[in-house]
Structures are given as C-alpha cells and as structure tokens.
Design a protein around this ligand. Structure first.
Ligand code: CA
Ligand code: CA
Length: 159
C-alpha cells in the first residue's frame, strides 16, 4: 500500500518523494481541516477516474450538470472504505451531490462513484488537473488526482 507517513521531521523527504500534487494537497489540508502534521497521520494515494470511461476528461466549466468521479478499488485499496461525506473535489473542494457503490471499471470489484455539481468544483479555464481528498471510515486521509481537459479549449500561446 502506498502510504506516506507525514511528520514535520519527514516533510522534506515526503515532498520530494511524492511530488507536486501532494504538495498542493498538503497546503490545502492545513488550511481546510486544521490538521497538524505530527507523527502518525497517514495519507493514502488513491486511484481516481474523472468521467469514468472517457478520456480526455473534458469539462465545460459553464456546464450546469455534474462531474462523475470514481474512486477505484485496487489491490492495495478498497474504495468501499471511503467515507463519502468527507470527500471533496476540485479547487473549491465541492461536496458530492450523490454517490454510490458500483463496479465502475468493470474489473469485478466494487468502486465508489461520486457526482459533483460542476459549478461547485471551481474548475475553470486554465485548470489541467483536479484533486480529490477525503477520509476513510477509520479517519485515514486519502488523496487522488486526475487530469482535466477544459472545453471549449482556451488559447495557449504556441499552439
Ligand atoms: Ca476519465
Ligand atoms: Ca472495479
């Protein structure tokens, strides 16, 4: 299992080991939930799939609908263990409007699918990836990240 032990002493090691995505998560957690990073707080990196079955994960920020996001069960993680009430998604940390347990990726195990109102997520032009955070039923922090393709496309210099 990809577990990362956060402690103040280990911070430099952890950040270099798990990369920029987790760095963003680290700062968000600090401000949003008041967690302190003392020894013994664990973080599980989970596999998520924005818009399961679709790639690229095209999102129109003006859409009034929902964005489905799956938390996938893997050999190392059971998505059934996630407390859906704790899950937040996107730059604005949206709460799910709906969730269910189902085999999203049709590999024979049960995953969690959550729906977030697009307007609640904070996903806007220029966003290239979106994070999901939450906790398991036993209180362990989870974090996942997936790519986002904003439509209609924004003009990028050099294209
Ligand atoms: Ca996808
Ligand atoms: Ca599955």
């Amino acid at each position: 299992m990809k577990r990362v032990l956060f402690s103040l002493l280990m911070l430099a090691t952890v950040l270099s080991a798990v990369g920029a995505g987790s760095l963003a998560y680290f700062s968000d957690t600090e401000t949003s939930s008041g967690n302190t990073f003392t020894a013994g707080i664990w973080l599980i990196e989970v596999e998520i799939d924005i818009k399961p079955g679709s790639f690229p994960n095209s999102i129109n920020p003006d859409n009034e609908g929902v964005i489905p996001v799956a938390i996938l069960t893997t050999a190392d993680f059971n998505a059934v263990d996630v407390n859906p009430d704790t899950v937040r998604f996107g730059p604005s940390r949206a709460e799910a409007s709906h969730w269910a347990l189902e085999d999203v990726d049709k590999d024979g195990d049960i995953d969690m699918i959550l729906h977030f109102n697009t307007q609640d997520t904070g996903i806007a032009a220029g966003v290239t990836q979106a994070e999901l955070v939450g906790k398991t039923v036993d209180g362990t922090d989870i974090h996942g990240i997936d790519s986002v393709n904003i439509v209609p496309p924004t003009v990028t210099p050099g294209d």
